[in-house]
Design a protein around this ligand. Structure first.
Ligand code: PEP
Length: 251
């Protein structure tokens, strides 16, 4: 049985005081755990402050990226060990905004992924097609390329902590959500692909989140699909009430 996981990607929003206020608000709204794993991913500079607020709660902390080298003359970069030292447990890797604006490729996703695993961070690896690719009938080709390219040389053991986020780029921040049938179709495709790449047990144990304009109103329907194991939430995670409502609507 896969435990559902809802992660909030705060992107480049919220300064330190705002981040603390948001997670304090989330704590209040959520109350007792409801069996869903909850993760918040603030900008790097707020990880340490947010870690203090979530300590001892059921809210886990994640970062939005890391660099693959362990240390050195890499101005502006943050290593996996540095992320881990803040108290973070998860790290988002290969978000479409990084692929689109910062030259992220499957090869660099793979390097970050291995660096994350090496320090014991749980990677949330993002994959998904853009609008032109969907309209051109290339969705499955693109998703297959992202998955096979990003997970090169990973062992079944390493797959145990890895989460995949299927995020159709045309649905991110646009208000356009994939229908539950569209999302389920791709999630099933990913799970079948994992059977071929690893084995049945690994595929059945791997959690696959959906991301793309998830809101309180559409969360329950999406999360009820057999191969959707949670959500990666952008916009709606920036308000405690809407993020909490998504979590509460997840069964
Ligand atoms: C995201 O950034 O991963 C995302 C899914 O954003 P939004 O929920 O705003 O579409």
């Amino acid at each position: 049985m896969r435990k559902k996981i809802i992660a909030g990607n705060w992107k480049m929003y919220k300064n330190s005081a705002e981040a603390v206020a948001l997670v304090e608000g989330l704590k209040k709204e959520l109350g007792a755990p409801n069996g869903v794993e909850v993760v918040v991913c603030p900008p790097f500079v707020n990880l340490t402050e947010v870690a203090k607020v979530v300590a001892g709660t059921h809210i886990a902390l994640g970062a939005q990226n890391l660099f693959w080298e362990t240390e050195g003359a890499f101005t502006g970069e943050i290593s996996g060990a540095m992320v881990k030292a803040t108290g973070a447990e998860y790290v988002i890797i290969g978000h479409s905004e990084r692929r689109q604006f910062f030259g992220e490729t499957n090869a660099t996703v793979n390097k970050r992924l291995k660096a994350a695993l090496k320090v014991g961070l749980k990677p949330i690896v993002c994959v998904g097609e853009n609008l032109a690719e969907r309209e051109g009938g290339k969705t499955f080709d693109v998703v297959k390329d992202h998955i096979t390219g990003s997970l090169v040389d990973l062992t079944k053991e390493e797959m145990k902590t890895l989460v995949i986020a299927y995020e159709p780029v045309w649905a991110i921040g646009t208000g356009k959500t994939a229908t539950s049938a569209q999302a389920q179709e791709v999630h099933k495709f990913i799970r079948d692909l994992l059977v071929k790449m690893f084995d049945q047990t690994t595929a059945e144990a791997t959690r696959i989140q959906y991301g793309g304009s998830v809101k309180p109103e559409n969360a329950a329907e999406l999360m009820s699909q057999p191969d959707i194991d949670g959500a990666l939430v952008g916009g709606a995670s920036l308000k405690a009430d809407s993020f909490a409502a998504i979590i509460k609507n997840t069964k």
